[in-house]
Design a protein around this ligand. Structure first.
Ligand code: C5P
Length: 429
């Protein structure tokens, strides 16, 4: 029972800031090892400029290219700017290119431009060139900056490949709208080098924000068994929760993700996933993990009721109606709210269909949370299953933040930014 759980204050990450940390916050790219993979797309002509921007920002850069990329940009230029040999082939006359070490050397592997062909091959796990072999052996975060014509970008295969790559835990960056190689205007342009550097700087400075923190995230639906064949479930896809787990991990946080039955996953090295099915299992894991975390985000759509009895055998069709007696499940968020310490950041979700703001504010108090993320099923493009969401954040302080309709990844990044701020306020008070 919630009242019987002991909650120890988890160690708060150190407040003392070292000289190295100050330098890292001022020059986030300094000393960072960026492995740049260039594939065959016209946008490859921008990469010498990109390499120059990176080295000026203090990064170390190594370049691998696909054979097709050499048609678009000269390896000699990239070699001169990166001050390192540019690798293209799995083996040369004298040497075998050690793709495993390259993947391990890097703090981040960015494939830019990522052509349609390289994305398709990556999604299928092919490795018939050095760039792809390096990708398969990379242990660092992987990003792709796609570049292609609009029709190729919108093709269902490309969109499916993109989802597959995201499922591997890779970050697929957006494309821009504008003039394309074909002369047409549309979506599919690679982000400009300056924008790529900005995203990398954000990533490496953000990485510091939750370094040494641990977070518990619940996500997905729960299934409550009726008999060996049927269950009570809901439409939650788990996308929002997994996006939050990844956004936390990208900021250096170690994440324990307790995930209900969902086809979502993550291969981010900082995320440990425990798969559960029922509300009770989710509760048991959550209360066990929570005392060691400084942050908890309850984004799961947990069943509020579960069958009182689970039939041992399949219930046979008989009369005109069937009554199933249900009992209340344990409210995980509320239970954590009862045992939390003031140093812990506790976040809940509210999915409403009416009187949204009142319910969200009530929930904030009832569940003793620091913030409630409210989304409404009345907002088109928000809620279950979609790739987009629109939320309002209600905080204990009374603060209220509204977002527009954004991708779930972008929403997750905004929520995590606010979590980082709340966490740092707690350290400083
Ligand atoms: O009360 P309601 O279900 O609307 O609250 C939603 C919030 O509470 C979400 O953060 C959800 O993850 C959490 N919750 C929970 N355990 C339950 C029910 C809801 O953690 N049994």
């Amino acid at each position: 029972m919630p009242g019987k759980i002991k909650c120890y204050t988890p160690a708060i990450p150190s407040e003392t800031v070292s000289i190295q940390e100050i330098i890292a916050s001022l020059f986030p790219m300094k000393g960072k090892r960026i492995l740049l993979g260039i594939s065959g797309s016209i946008a490859a002509y921008k990469m010498p400029h990109f390499v120059r921007l990176l080295t000026k920002a203090g990064a170390q850069v190594r370049v691998v290219m696909t054979p097709a990329a050499k048609e678009f940009v000269s390896p000699l230029v990239l070699e001169t700017l990166s001050k390192h040999e540019v690798l293209c082939a799995l083996a040369s006359d004298s040497q075998w290119a050690n793709h495993v070490m390259l993947g391990r050397w890097a703090d981040l592997f960015l494939i830019a431009p990522a052509s349609c062909n390289t994305m398709a091959k990556s999604a299928a796990g092919l490795c018939d060139n050095l760039l792809l072999a390096t990708l398969l052996s990379a242990t660092c975060p992987v990003w792709l900056a796609p570049a292609m014509d609009e029709d190729m970008w919108h093709h269902p295969t490309t969109q499916r490949n993109m989802k597959t790559l995201e499922g591997f835990g890779y970050r697929v960056l957006d494309t821009e709208y504008g003039e394309l190689a074909s002369g047409l205007f549309g979506q599919g342009r690679m982000l400009e080098p300056e924008k790529l550097v900005q995203l990398l700087e954000d990533f490496f400075s953000a990485e510091q924000a939750l370094k040494n923190y641990k977070a518990l995230v619940t996500a997905g639906p729960t299934y409550e068994n009726i008999d060996p064949v049927r269950f009570i479930g809901n439409h939650s896809s788990g996308k929002m929760g997994v996006a939050i787990a990844e956004a936390l991990a990208e900021q250096g946080c170690q994440v324990e993700l307790v995930l209900g039955p969902s086809n979502q996953s993550s291969s981010h090295p900082a995320i440990h996933i425990t798969r559960v099915r029922s509300a009770e299992e989710m509760y048991q894991h959550s209360v066990q993990i929570f005392p060691n975390c400084q942050i908890a985000v309850m984004s799961a759509a947990v069943a509020d009721y579960t069958p009182e009895q689970v039939a041992g055998e399949k219930i046979k069709k008989a009369g005109e109606s069937l009554n199933i007696q249900l009992k209340k499940t344990k409210d995980i968020l509320k239970s954590l709210g009862e045992i939390r310490t003031e140093q812990q950041v506790l976040i809940g979700f509210a999915l409403e269909t009416q009187d949204e703001e009142n319910y969200a504010r009530k929930k904030l108090l009832e569940k003793n949370a620091d913030m409630i993320v409210m989304n409404s099923l009345r907002t088109e493009g928000a809620g279950f299953g979609t790739d987009t969401n629109q939320v309002v954040l209600f905080e204990r302080s009374g603060a209220r933040h509204e977002t527009g309709l954004l991708s779930k990844k972008e929403i997750a990044a905004l929520i995590v930014k606010r979590i980082s701020e709340l966490a740092s306020q707690k350290i400083n008070t």
